[in-house]
Design a protein around this ligand. Structure first.
Ligand code: MEV
Length: 303
């Protein structure tokens, strides 16, 4: 018997970094996946098949957490394939959720979404202690959700496709490093940081309303404000700022960093009529459009 699970990647729309300090954020799933296949091992040892250049540490920790929790000892064969690694689309969260979900399928253990979240979150914070868990929630719930850092509450906002373009900057972000950078700033400049955090918190609240009204122009304006505040926290750079500027000049309603900053992707929200124009402008300014649908993909699913 073999279980296959497809876990979607994610994109942060509003509220990165502040979610680490308890605030809410808005995050969407995308139709790019990490696939986990799991069966009992044909040998007297675990077999882990992963794409070249990726790390098996999280898989091993996930398997151990599951074994300890459910008192299982069988040797396993786990294979992963990924369309989301290297772009900041949440591959660490996806591999953790995928392994937990595949193992629960293999052992016929029913896990609610909350239990799957708790097990996966418990696992990931062993490697990334400051992680908010928003990416785990996104790949379990799917669609667009409001995730609150403080109590890990999830509220589904929409299952609809959003008019969002995703642009890869060409460089991988160092998430742990960027989160640490904000932590240092918070310690050294507590007032400035507190003000920025509160403003971002308000932007997320307004974003939730704009989203419910499909007010894309309003949502874009909030993305621009969020980007400026992220810049003030020191997590942008010239490449990301130039890509944001290019999208805005080409007619986007709004554009911003998505995720930790320092690399990975920016996102832009735009009227249909400007999309092709923005794509051309981005291509000629060194960014790479990654074609994907944002906001309508269901959470982790067994095939
Ligand atoms: C990284 O994609 C998003 C951060 O908010 C970290 C986290 O929430 O765990 C910077």
């Amino acid at each position: 018997m073999s279980i296959t699970v497809y876990v979607p990647g994610k994109l942060m729309l509003l509220g990165e970094h502040v979610v680490v300090y308890g605030y809410p954020c808005i995050v969407s799933s995308v139709n790019k996946f990490l696939k986990v296949e799991c069966s009992f091992s044909e040998k007297f040892e675990d077999i882990i098949d992963i794409p070249k250049g990726t790390d098996d540490q999280l898989i091993k920790i996930s398997v151990n957490t599951f074994r300890n929790k459910f008192q299982k000892k069988d040797k396993l064969h786990i294979k992963t394939e990924s369309e989301i690694t290297g772009f900041g689309l949440g591959s660490s969260a996806a591999v953790t959720v995928g392994v937990m979900k595949a193992l629960s399928g293999l052992y016929e253990i029913t896990l609610s979404r909350d239990k799957l979240f708790n097990l996966s979150y418990q696992t990931i914070i062993r490697l990334q202690p400051r992680s908010s868990g928003f990416d785990i929630a996104s790949c379990i719930w799917g669609g667009t959700i409001l995730f609150t850092g403080e109590d890990k509450n999830v509220e589904s906002l929409s299952d609809n496709l959003l008019p969002i373009l995703v642009i890869f900057s060409g460089a991988k972000a160092d998430t742990v490093g960027m989160v640490e950078k904000v932590a240092v700033l918070k310690k050294n400049e507590p007032e400035k940081t507190a003000e920025a955090f509160q403003s971002i918190g308000k932007i997320v609240e307004k974003g939730r309303i704009a989203l419910s009204q499909k007010d894309w122009m309003g949502f874009g304006k909030l993305m621009n404000e969020n980007h400026e505040l992220l810049r003030s926290l020191g997590i942008s750079n010239n490449i990301l700022d130039n890509l944001v500027e290019t999208c805005l000049k080409a007619g986007a309603f709004g554009a911003k960093i998505s995720g930790a900053g320092g690399g990975d992707c920016i996102i832009a929200i735009a009227p249909e009529a400007r999309i092709e124009y923005i794509k051309r402008a981005v291509n000629s300014s060194g960014g790479k459009i990654i074609d994907m649908n944002v906001g309508e993909t269901k959470g982790a699913l067994n095939s």
